[in-house]
Design a protein around this ligand. Structure first.
Ligand SMILES: NC(=O)c1ccc[n+]([C@@H]2O[C@H](COP(=O)([O-])OP(=O)(O)OC[C@H]3O[C@@H](n4cnc5c(N)ncnc54)[C@H](O)[C@@H]3O)[C@@H](O)[C@H]2O)c1
Ligand SMILES: [Zn+2]
Length: 382
């Protein structure tokens, strides 16, 4: 078997990611190496369990089936009420401090289960088995857990590292294509911020990737997991380096909130956000036209994205200012001066930002010709 082991450092205890095709088959053995647990509980959703329950029941430690806690993993249900429901279900099943929770699902299941694990009896052991592309390359790694409030996304949470993450790309087979394409935005992000070879591979291989070619996924997913693991190991609490993971997210979060989380999948909003920051970096004279057009062309290869909303630039800027990552309303952007590198800044002149937004928000359509033209607009500094 060609599974890879990736180490993640965390102040609350280091952990491993086991990543590779069929790594799920070793789940019971891997979990056994973590120690003995009084009871083992699987936290998942009816949707995920319908798709993968049979396969997982065969691979997980025996006796977990009777301790199955399923909750709705719609984004609107990622809230305190669901946390309470799951905690009460654990109490009824007599989960104690020596119990283990196994989160099986996408980012919503992982974030809820992670927060439950952090707070139930002040903390119980947790294993992540991510089942979406977003969860495999992003949310299951790095220890961020949390839920939404009516006032905003992810406003209540905790840093709570798992004891183990098992990433099996084979589990993505049942994932709807829109979810898969949305996850590819985060994959592109890793190429832009940290790995020009990964980026070049995607430029060359996107059609195969979109068909979920096994060899392609077996290269991409461990590579992205490794990049995320390296970044969060060096900056667990996002004081500095970890910020570059927000490439495309300042615009992306604003797009999601302004459209009330209805128009975009998260990755789709990030994809539009990456187009915007590619243009912004060029507008600022930080990157060459070629850099921007390569990023934009690759993002467009993922497939059609929901368009930008028709709102005034000021409205989107206001949404960016109220994002929890903006410090005292100061806008922060991650910009890529060249592919494979990124830096964050809060020194973006309003004029440049508005120029980019005016173009994106008022374009009647966003076909590739138009955007490539935009990237190549004869900027004097290019
Ligand atoms: N904690 C972090 O660091 C972090 C990072 C990124 C995103 N997130 C969070 O993750 C959430 C988004 O997660 P997501 O993109 O994984 O989507 P998701 O969890 O909403 O799952 C998307 C859909 O796919 C279904 N699904 C999941 N796995 C499947 C499978 N293998 N087969 C068939 N269907 C499957 C789910 O039931 C759901 O309907 C957001 O709430 C976001 O805030 C957290
Ligand atoms: Zn993201």
């Amino acid at each position: 078997m060609n599974s890879k082991r990736i180490q993640v450092k965390s102040s609350a205890g280091n952990y491993q990611i086991l990543c590779g095709a069929n790594s799920i088959q070793n789940a019971a053995k891997e979990i056994a190496t973590l120690g003995t647990f009084s009871t083992i509980h699987v936290l998942s959703s009816p949707n995920v369990w319908r798709a993968l329950g049979n396969k997982l029941t065969r691979s997980l430690p025996k006796n977990t089936r009777s301790n199955l806690h399923l909750f709705n993993d719609a984004e609107q249900k990622k809230n305190m009420r669901t946390v309470e429901t799951v905690c009460r279900s654990l109490t009824r099943a007599r989960a104690d401090r020596k119990s283990l929770l196994i989160a099986v699902g996408g980012g919503v299941v992982g974030d809820v289960a992670g927060y439950v694990a952090a707070s139930y009896l002040r903390g119980v052991a947790l294993v992540h088995i991510p089942t979406t592309l977003v969860a495999q390359v992003d949310s299951a790694i790095g220890g961020k857990t949390g839920v939404n409030l009516p006032e905003g996304k992810n406003l209540v949470g905790a840093f709570y590292p798992p004891r183990l993450v098992i990433i099996d790309p084979q589990l993505l087979r049942t994932l709807p294509q829109r979810q898969f394409r949305s996850g590819l935005a985060e994959v592109i992000k890793y190429g832009v911020i940290a790995d020009k070879n990964l980026f070049a591979y995607l430029e060359k291989s996107m059609p195969r990737v979109l068909q979920r070619d096994k060899a392609a996924l077996n290269y991409l997913i461990p590579r992205c997991a490794q990049i995320k693991a390296t970044i969060v190991s060096r900056d667990e609490r996002e004081s500095n380096l970890r910020e570059i993971l927000n490439f495309g997210h300042t615009f992306g979060h604003a797009l999601e909130s302004i459209t009330r989380y209805r128009r975009y999948q998260h990755g789709e909003a990030v994809a539009q956000g990456m187009i915007a920051v590619a243009l912004l970096a060029h507008e600022l004279g930080l990157s060459k036209a070629d850099n921007a057009s390569r990023i934009i062309s690759l993002v467009q290869q993922i497939g059609p994205l929901p368009p930008w909303p028709r709102v005034a630039p000021e409205k989107l800027i206001a949404a960016m200012r109220s994002d929890k990552k903006a410090h005292a309303g100061n806008l922060r952007f991650v910009l890529s001066p060249r592919i494979g590198h990124a830096q964050s800044t809060d020194a973006v002149p309003m004029k440049a930002l508005k120029t980019v937004l005016r173009f994106l928000l008022h374009s009647p359509s966003h076909d590739s010709a138009q955007l490539s033209d935009a990237a190549a607009i004869g900027k004097s500094h290019a």
